[in-house]
Write a protein that binds this ligand. Sequence first.
Ligand code: PHE
Ligand code: ZN
Length: 881
Amino acid sequence: MNTVSEQSTAPIRLSDYRAPAWRVERVELVFDLDIDSSEVTSRLHLRRDPAQDETLRLDGEGLDLLSISLDGVALEPGQFRLVDSALEVEGVKDGSVLETRVRTHPAANTALEGLYLSGSREAGFLLTQCEAEGFRHITFFPDRPDVLASYTVTLRADKTRFPVLLAGGNPDGAGELEGGRHWARFVDPHPKPSYLFALVAGRLEKIERDYVTADQRPVKLVIWSEANVIDRCHYAMDALERSMRWDEEAYGRNYDLDVFHVVATHDFNMGAMENKGLNIFNAKYLLADPDSTTDDEYRAVEAVVAHEYFHNWSGNRVTCRDWFQLSLKEGLTVFREQQFSQDMNSAPLKRIEDVSLLRRAQFPEDAGPLAHPVRPAQYSEINNFYTATVYEKGAELVRMVSGRLGTEGFRRGMDRYFARNDGRAATLEDFLGALGEANGVDLSPYLSWYAQSGTPRLKARGSFDAGKREYTLTLSQHTIATPNQPETQALPIPVKLALFHRDGHLLPLHLDGYTAGETELVVIVDKGEQQFVFRDVASEPVPSLLRGFSAPVILESQSSPGDLALLLRHDVDGFNRWEAGQQLAVAAYEALRQGTSGDAVSAWCDALAALFDDTAVDDALLAELMTPPGEIELAEREREVDPDLIHAARRALQQALAERIGRDALEARYTALAGETTADLDAASQARRRLKRRVLELLSLLDASRGHVLATLQYDNAPSMTDRLAALSVLVRTDAPQAAAALTHFRERYADNPLALDKWFNVQTQRQGAASLVRVQELERDPSFTLKNPNRVNALFGAWARSNPVGFHQADGAGYRLLAERLVQLDVLNPQVAARLATAFNGWRRLEPVRRERARAAVEQMAAQPGLSRNLTEIVQSMLR
Ligand code: PHE
Ligand code: ZN
């Protein structure tokens, strides 16, 4: 028997890209599936690039090679070699057929990459995860996205144990076999890269819906899950149908197979996967019901269902030439999902949420040791590059380009992009090239956004000349150097702007080169510093800059508290209105941080108190306005981070707001909102729940015991998970005596629901102060905790290390040591999840000195472990560099 394993850690570089010497035209796969051991027979129909004369080299990892033959003749040991995670074969000709038979071990696969078992040996099912490089754990293959092949897949298994057999593509026959076994075949007419291959086998239930595409193709939509949760798949089915219609209308994209399968699993490293015709979802992003799913999670289900569906065109029909182009599919698909979600829900709220996520997750990444461009120049382990930068910043880059072209121009460009690259593995140059050419615009300057890391800072200065009636806006940009990038250049930054009169109305704009009289326009800042002179301005205006967050930059403006308060009252751009409130809150926070208090605090509190009484303000927006930037965002402003000080100042700010509004007003509002409680999912009901939670939190700051009483009542009577979890969270965070009973109740109520149980873990990691570490250690010993389940790991360690800075960053370093120890253990089981969780240490260098040294010791301790995975090695080494 021949076994291949172990990989090199040498970096792979974009500049080394070479077209494949060998392509696979067609692949026939036959799987004999079982829990402990599965056998895979593969027949590759090979084509040689006439310009290259390399030996055939196929990727393969952890495979037992059982047999190998070339053009029907068994190969002798001297005719092939197993080297370094690859199989090399001599004597292959253009048109040759190579057949291999290998064995893999699904139940022993804890990395959840390749073919693995979800759930228990008795009741679980088999499935695959191939992106990015999982296919090489299933069979020998040129496992790179620019090798597109037609797949014919036959699955064979015991009929009682594996009644359902699924693979991507269209069904092409099924039948019985001897010995209680059966088979099913699938043919995918669309050539695809190996990372889009998938199969599923086991006992699963389904719900179905008939769908007819705009171009009149009947499609069977099927969602599969384990029997006990199939009733929770209906919301996802509705979301899928909405996504399909939307892509037809917004982009003219129709679905292209006879079936579309979606499968839910509780054992998944990521959110979901867009395998052609067979999407596989982390159950967290598919299952939903009012009793166990919060409003935020409902929106996440809709968004992820849409995201994976949209990949069918942006990713599958047009795929990536190499993994450096990952954002070609991910940034674009996130952007398409954002547009969809803006259309389905409140557009400004969605924008606020997306920008908040960018600031919370991507800005810190871009400012720390793991900073990388949206198109990285090199990687050691590609799985470490499924990052907020590639996804969220990538989406912002597409948004800028779409803004540059306008709605119609962007659609024209996208049509060109899809038409020209359909069935191809494309690059970001192909993308910008098609968009630009369809509009007669040179978009190549935007390529520098893809190549440069770090968040640009945009400084704005305004000066008014009353005599000339001119307002001069000076905009300058600078990007701070990041690791691997000592020098930075100016980027094209589109700044959408408006000017307000002091009485709150929009001014018509007169700027040379722009249509006169518009009230909003976009200027592009593409040099270090530029001036824009607005004419005919009667009095000193209040600028509203970067409207809708028109570029992913940090805006440093000189707006006075008065200007910001005016925008908070009057800006018609929903995003900028919120943003003005955030800036006011930051000014107030800074004052409290410096111990100066005074004007800035009352400016924010007064403005918010006025909005609180204004019934015209949407409840959800009000809840967001009353929430200052989070501790992680605030930490980005500090030279040296002390999480305790940040927490204290932010808390004092909220306390000041609560006092300004007053206990009676808060309680009256709470009572009114609580009186209308339902589990309905319409926007108004969701908005009420959001505001109710916020009001309860503020009220608890003023009067903890009153807060506890109300929260307990809310918990006991909650008709939805949103209300129940909000109440539980208030009880836990404020250390209420009632928390223990509620937690016990929650635990029992949801004993059989792993996703709800994850929330039980998650909420307890948010205990204040040193208590959180103790609690995390108790929770690890809970019988339902396991390092083998990524959702559970993230619900405990992820939630704690990322969302409870004070708890994790305990000054004595105990939190760091605990996480480092667990990461090393987790790495043995699941390197991808370990490496992602390790990024919680990302900001260690900017911590204040005491914590910094303790965090450094913990990271170094990890780095010193022998036998770390390539995944975790790359992360810890980058953090120590
Ligand atoms: N391609 C998936 C998505 O974003 C994410 C993913 C990456 C899933 C790698 C699994 C493995 O839609
Ligand atoms: Zn994606």
